[in-house]
Design a protein around this ligand. Structure first.
Ligand code: MG
Ligand code: ZN
Length: 181
């Protein structure tokens, strides 16, 4: 069984510029590439992203897919493999079961990829990312990039807080129990 890192997209891997219909507006944090290169030596990597702009009619499903594909392709060009992108298109009013903090996509990935959730982590810049990790019983790490600084007071529980994804990955590599991936 393999452990995994679940990555939020906006504000964690790339700058959060609001609803994002166009790959041209994707801007990676400079530390994203090297960080994921080192994490993928021990973990499978997944992206889980809430894209409520689709439900609200601000972006279309195909625009969001273009952006997700671009992110995956850019990472691939740097040698980083994202196993799968999970995207919730719903808004809170839709009361779906896949929007973070619901652990739906983590559990789905665990089944599809036979993951060891005991040594898996989620990294995100919103309290709902942290809650999603707690709901799936994996370790959450809150980053201060994106909306992280702004929403820090809304964290309901103590959790590891890192400046950015690079610092989060240092924590993970120090605290992972997994030696033989
Ligand atoms: Mg985010
Ligand atoms: Zn959903």
């Amino acid at each position: 069984m393999k452990p995994a890192i679940f990555l939020d997209r906006d504000g964690t891997l790339i700058f959060d510029v609001g609803y994002l219909p166009d790959p041209q507006d994707v801007k990676f944090f400079p530390e994203t590439f090297t960080t994921l290169l080192s994490l993928q030596k021990k973990f499978l990597l997944f992206i889980i992203t809430n894209q409520s702009g689709i439900s609200k009619g601000i972006t279309t499903e195909s625009e969001v897919k273009l952006v997700n594909d671009y992110v995956v392709d850019m990472l691939k060009s740097k040698g980083v493999l994202i196993s799968q992108v999970f995207c919730c298109p719903h808004a809170a009013e839709d009361k779906c079961n896949c929007k973070k903090p619901n652990p739906y996509f983590i559990n789905q990935a665990a089944e599809l990829y036979d993951l060891n959730l005991n040594d898996s982590f989620i990294i995100g810049d919103h309290p709902s990312d942290v809650e999603c990790g707690l709901n799936a019983i994996i370790t959450p790490i809150y980053v201060l990039t994106g909306h992280g600084e702004k929403h820090k007071n809304e964290l309901k529980t103590d959790c590891v807080i890192s400046k950015d994804i690079a610092e989060a990955s240092k924590y993970i590599l120090m605290h992972s129990n997994n030696d033989n991936f």
